[in-house]
Ligand binder design. Structure first.
Ligand code: AMP
Ligand code: ZN
Length: 469
């Protein structure tokens, strides 16, 4: 299996730290709002990477964090007049719902920054002890960037380029730094902000330290894959390498994988440009499987432009797969049992050749676009070459083969009547109205109808909450 490594700028053969195991860490979202579909790209891409490793028999330990302490979260909490954790917990719950909708497997562990402060204090203390960090007079702790000789190795920048870059931006707190390249590990609290006690000051961590600490705690000092969107290469991942390798004196991650941006009109989709769609908005219009298909229709290192046309094309393509699988299901039901024929054996070989093509695409740096193309060739073959004349066993195997490969992509092949979020919300509104009108029979009937479709309601003080069973 070959993976493009941002560190070496080459595709490299995958050799795990421990045979048969994959330890991967994917930087997760900062939880101050609903996630947008740009944030969904790394989630879908790296979930697919994970699924492929699992398909190949690897035992994958997949860790992805929630950044739940950050300026934006605090700002939102102040605006709402609630504690920061009210905001972060709300959006963690919403993010989990979106992930489920996109058929993203829960990580082995989803650590939260606020629950890992202890480990951060420890690593910062180690860095100070080793001379890689220092506390300024106001209690801010900085990483001594110049001391880490390999700084810049991931982003392929040299320190002088960085220095001139830094001059152009005004960095707050820069007054107390020894060097303008130094970055924050721990910073003093401001009035009204959440804080933790530390030997240096009451305060909170810088952003980068959390990932170094969580990766170490849940995966070990040396991991296989560290991943995220390409905007994280610098400074986030560069700083993570500096912290982890200075503290642990070991190579942090063997392979650094970065997805390209999801764009709108060729500009990065982002909250700050206000050109984003949340996953929740998309779910009102499309089955999120369509979004997943759309994301995988391009190679993860190619920019992908969001458009209605591409979403429609993805919807049709996914339909084609599902229709083919539905047809095979019907054929299998009415087909008779019997010995596998010679002709079937030959057809099976052809089907296996498409599966091999699928694997070859995935093993070439997870080329999901080519892998989907191989699935389509297989679908076409089955539409034309598998018929009611074939045995039940053969037809069933053919159907299962498509389903298995689609499952690696996180795509569900069974057509199911799934309610869209918007439909659910509308039914809940109707139920509320029925209750107001004291038409309890109607309200109950709506609850029952939702339950039959796998939607569970919970009446809480804050209103009705729902979840998919
Ligand atoms: P954030 O919450 O901004 O830290 O982002 C969480 C993840 O989403 C990171 O891996 C980002 O690199 C990624 N990300 C954010 N915007 C985009 C985008 N438009 N396209 C692809 N990835 C993105
Ligand atoms: Zn990170």
């Amino acid at each position: 299996m070959r993976i493009y490594n941002t560190l070496t700028k080459r595709k490299e053969e995958f050799v795990p730290v421990e045979p048969g195991k994959v330890k991967m860490y994917v930087c997760g979202p900062t939880v101050y709002n609903f996630i947008h579909i740009g944030n969904a790209r790394p989630m879908i891409v790296f979930d697919t990477v994970r699924r492929y490793f699992e398909y190949k028999g690897y035992d994958v330990n997949y860790v992805s964090n929630f950044t739940d302490v950050d300026d934006k979260i605090i700002k939102k909490a102040v605006e709402e007049g609630v504690g920061a954790s009210v905001v972060s917990e709300r959006y963690i719950a919403e993010c989990r719902k979106d992930m489920e909708g996109m058929h993203i497997k829960p990580a082995t562990k989803h650590p939260k920054a606020t629950e890992e402060i202890c480990g951060m204090l420890e690593m910062i203390a180690t860095l100070i002890e080793k001379g890689y960090a220092y506390a300024a007079s106001d209690g801010t702790v900085y990483f001594r960037t110049r001391k880490f000789k390999e700084y810049g190795k991931l982003s392929h920048k040299n320190l002088d380029d960085l220095r001139s870059g830094f001059r152009e931006i005004k960095v707050t707190g820069a007054e107390s730094k020894e060097d303008e390249l130094d970055f924050v590990l721990w910073k003093p609290k401001k009035e009204g902000e959440p804080y933790w006690e530390s030997p240096w000051c009451n305060g909170r961590p810088g952003w980068h330290i959390e990932c170094s600490v969580m990766a170490k705690r849940y995966l070990g000092e040396e991991i296989d894959i560290h991943a995220g969107g390409e905007d994280l290469i610098f400074p986030h991942h560069e700083n993570e390498i500096a912290q982890s390798e200075a503290a642990n004196e070991k190579t942090f991650a063997r392979y650094w994988m970065h997805n390209a941006f999801l764009n709108v009109d060729n500009r990065k989709m982002s909250k700050s440009l206000n050109n984003f769609f949340t996953v929740r908005e998309i779910s009102e219009k499309y089955d999120l499987q369509v979004l997943r298909f759309f994301m995988l229709s391009a190679h993860y290192r190619s920019p992908l432009n969001f458009s209605e046309e591409l979403m429609e094309a993805s919807k049709n393509a996914l339909d084609r797969i599902r229709t083919a699988v539905g047809r095979l299901g019907e054929l299998a039901e009415s087909a008779s049992d019997g010995e596998t024929t010679q002709e079937e054996k030959e057809k099976r070989d052809e089907i296996l050749a498409y599966a091999a093509k699928f694997e070859a695409a995935m093993e070439d740096d997870f080329n999901t676009a080519d892998a989907l193309a191989a699935i389509f060739e297989m679908v076409k073959f089955m539409n034309t070459r598998v018929s009611g004349e074939d045995t039940k066993t053969f037809i069933t195997q053919a159907k299962e083969m498509i389903a298995k490969l689609c499952d690696v992509m996180g795509l569900v092949t069974e057509k199911k009547e799934e309610l869209l979020d918007a439909d659910i919300e509308a039914m809940i509104t109707r139920r509320q109205q029925a209750r107001k009108d004291r038409d309890f029979a109607k309200a109950d009937a709506i609850r029952k109808e939702l339950a039959e479709k796998g939607i569970l309601l919970e009446d809480t003080r804050e209103g009705v909450k729902w979840k998919r069973a």
